[in-house]
Design a protein around this ligand. Structure first.
Ligand code: SAH
Length: 227
């Protein structure tokens, strides 16, 4: 590694400022999305360069997605920040993430809430993310290999669910596993995707809001559902 830890910290600070400025511009247009100081602190606390493959180290603090192998990507920091922000997390929330990928988003969530559950369909990616959490001493993330379409029923209900890959429709299991008052941030769509925020009311009804057009990898299924 050529860059020192101090240089990485300086680059990370610049990234947080860039993301915060982009979010202010976004919020002016859309009325929401400014990144709170709490979420900015979480972004400062997580060394993104430890979640990207060595060949992309020099790009770790650019505000862009990067390849992480297996045809997958680590999400753009602005999108990580925006999804985290709209979930309006409280310290006692139980949070589920679908699509661990590099583990970066889960690590950001782990700075904001007591317990994060994260599911990844690719075993090698899940193992790599676990190793990164262990290296950083992050001990409040429970991870498993599996198909996130089904959520994590044994650990439900969740106060917040973040889906980092796009299904054609909101998976019903995820709505079912939201606690009353819970929030679900999910990219939805096959070609043109929208980031959707679903809020579950105390009477179990749901409110859907479109947040922003996005471009995520597809949420794949382990097996096709029966016809
Ligand atoms: N949150 C990640 C970004 C992940 S990209 C990060 O911070 O790096 C999306 C991830 O979703 C990929 O790793 C992909 O393998 C995974 N994925 C796709 N379909 C899935 C499914 N049905 N269940 C769980 N994970 C899935």
């Amino acid at each position: 590694m050529s860059a020192t830890d101090d240089e990485m910290t300086a680059r990370r600070e610049a990234m947080v400022r860039e993301v915060a400025a982009a979010a202010v511009a976004f919020a002016r247009k859309h009325g929401r999305g400014a990144i709170s100081p709490r979420v900015q602190t979480a972004l400062r606390e997580v060394p993104r360069h430890l979640f990207v493959p060595p060949e992309h180290l020099s790009e770790a603090y650019l505000n862009q997605p990067l390849p992480i192998g297996f045809g997958q990507t680590i999400s753009q920091p602005f999108i990580v920040a925006l999804m985290t922000e709209i979930l309006d997390l409280k310290p006692n929330d139980r949070v589920l993430e679908i699509g661990t990928g590099s583990g970066y988003q889960a690590a950001v969530l782990s700075r904001l809430v007591d317990t994060v559950f994260t599911i990844e369909i690719s075993a090698p990616l899940a193992a790599r993310a676990r190793a990164a959490f262990d290296k950083l001493g992050i001990d409040n993330i429970q991870s498993r290999v599996g198909d996130g379409y089904q959520g994590w029923p044994e650990a439900a209900p969740f106060d917040a669910i973040l889906v980092a890959a796009a299904p054609p429709e909101v998976p019903p299991a995820l709505i079912a596993q939201l606690a009353p008052g819970g929030r679900l941030a999910i990219p939805v769509g096959a070609v043109a995707q929208q980031l959707i925020l679903v809020e579950k009311r105390s009477d179990q009804s749901t409110v859907l809001r479109e947040i922003i057009p996005v471009c995520f990898v597809p949420l794949t299924r382990q097996s096709s559902p029966p016809d």
